[in-house]
Ligand binder design. Structure first.
Ligand code: SAH
Length: 402
């Protein structure tokens, strides 16, 4: 039976706690809640009310998550039914198709929906040509997966929808999902998508995240502009995205480094798909590889550092910052005069200001002059909702070192 859109509970806020939710913030944490009326089941539709009973918004309940209610609509007359989710999905698609024009060919790849950023808290959808990958990062969304899968197929016209599960989400939301086909045809083991005229292989079943890092699309193109005739290091290379763009732009040599065997194989495949011969590959821990390259006196003209998320909470932040500092320090050592450093950071807890400060301090420590050339974020198919700026995560700082 499809989950009902009937309202099954009333959530009353504590006095003076309603303001963020009138301000359309979508996460209601347990601490803001005074009482729950109606004994709603997890995933059920509830109404959020101020302590005097005024309607605030409608959302989905989850007793097992710190985020007790995720809010979706501030319109009292709007039910959270299939028509509602279809409309929200269409709104997300309109951004990518009509505003950003990212669906230029049958093998285009782009993020279709990005959770809170698209007013669909807990739902992430990526399109890879004729297939879509979907992540259910909230209990209420997971419960509606059959309906959402059907809507994704109908609105995007894809042949199949594949479910990917993000690490750690099960525990946070009380979910027991596994990767697998949600609906339609199973994806082939290799799909080839195009990005700015380059080809990238995507394996939905085996790949990291939903298969490919779409958020770096514009940053890869921006960095490629510095790479003609240059020696480029692509550290944490995964698909080899930065390296492939660099080689295509005429880099004289490109070294891709990743600790995952699968990632190295994928980067090799992508070099081959694009007929690029200047790439070499190292399967190694980047920290160790950087040490070896420095010890060997190697030099590069462009160094790209695109590490995975280093911190999920405040507790692990100091160690994460030490990691970033070490990467910048070694990266600077490898860069010749007029070198370009590209430092990416997808830890949301590290702000752009913090990252710039860290780079500035490290450059001084290394007795190098550093100029910021470009401060970038993710591509626009990864927007941030004005009412949930916690969605800000990826930073990409490009600078010249003298
Ligand atoms: N730049 C890539 C995305 C990088 S994702 C692109 O454009 O596609 C981060 C990558 O870092 C992953 O492939 C992961 O395997 C790798 N990784 C994580 N920790 C690592 C480490 N200590 N040393 C080397 N690679 C690491």
């Amino acid at each position: 039976m499809p989950p009902s859109s009937a309202v099954v509970g009333q959530i009353f806020l504590k006095p003076k706690r309603a303001q963020p939710f009138f301000g359309r913030h979508p996460w209601v944490f347990a601490g803001a809640i005074d009482r729950v009326e109606g004994d709603p089941a997890d995933g059920g539709v509830v109404e959020l009310r101020s302590h005097v009973g005024t309607f605030v918004a409608r959302g989905l309940f989850n007793s097992r998550s710190k985020i007790r209610v995720r809010l979706y609509s501030w319109d009292e007359s709007e039910a959270l039914d299939e028509a509602f989710f279809r409309q929200r999905l269409q709104r997300a698609i309109d951004l990518r198709h009509t505003v950003l024009r990212l669906n230029t060919s049958p093998d285009s790849a782009y993020r279709v929906a990005f959770s809170e950023a698209d007013f669909l808290s807990g739902l992430v959808i990526d399109r890879y040509g004729e297939w879509a990958a979907v992540q259910f990062n909230a209990f209420g969304m997971a419960e509606r997966q059959e309906m959402l899968g059907k809507l994704i197929r109908e609105t995007l016209g894809v042949r199949g929808v594949y479910r990917k599960v993000e690490k750690g989400v099960g525990k946070l939301e009380g979910l027991t999902l596994v990767d697998g086909l949600l609906c339609g045809e199973a994806p082939p083991s290799e799909m080839v998508v195009s990005e700015n005229g380059l080809k990238f292989a995507v394996n939905l079943v085996e790949g990291q995240k939903t298969g490919y890092y779409l958020d770096q699309r514009d940053n890869r193109a921006a960095v490629a502009k510095f790479c003609a005739g240059k020696r480029v290091l692509d550290a944490f290379s995964y698909s080899g995205g930065f390296g492939v763009y660099a080689a295509n732009a005429g880099a004289s040599e490109v070294l891709c480094v990743d600790s995952s065997e699968g990632a190295v194989m994928l980067a090799m495949r992508n070099a081959e798909l694009n007929g690029l011969g200047q790439l070499t590959f190292a399967k190694n821990d980047v920290f160790n590889e950087l040490d070896s390259l420095v010890a060997a006196g190697r030099n590069f003209d462009v160094v790209v550092l695109d590490p995975p998320k280093f911190a999920r909470d405040q507790h692990s932040l100091p160690q994460a910052l030490r990691g970033y500092r070490r990467l910048v320090q070694q990266g600077l050592k490898l860069l010749d005069r007029d070198g370009v450093l590209v430092m990416c950071c997808c830890t949301g807890l590290v702000t752009m200001e913090m990252l710039e400060e860290l780079i500035a301090q490290t450059a001084v420590g290394e007795k190098r002059d550093f100029q910021f050339l470009d401060r970038r974020g993710p591509a626009a198919d990864h927007p941030v909702s004005a009412t949930c700026r916690e969605g800000t995560y990826l930073k990409c700082v490009v600078g010249r070192v003298v």
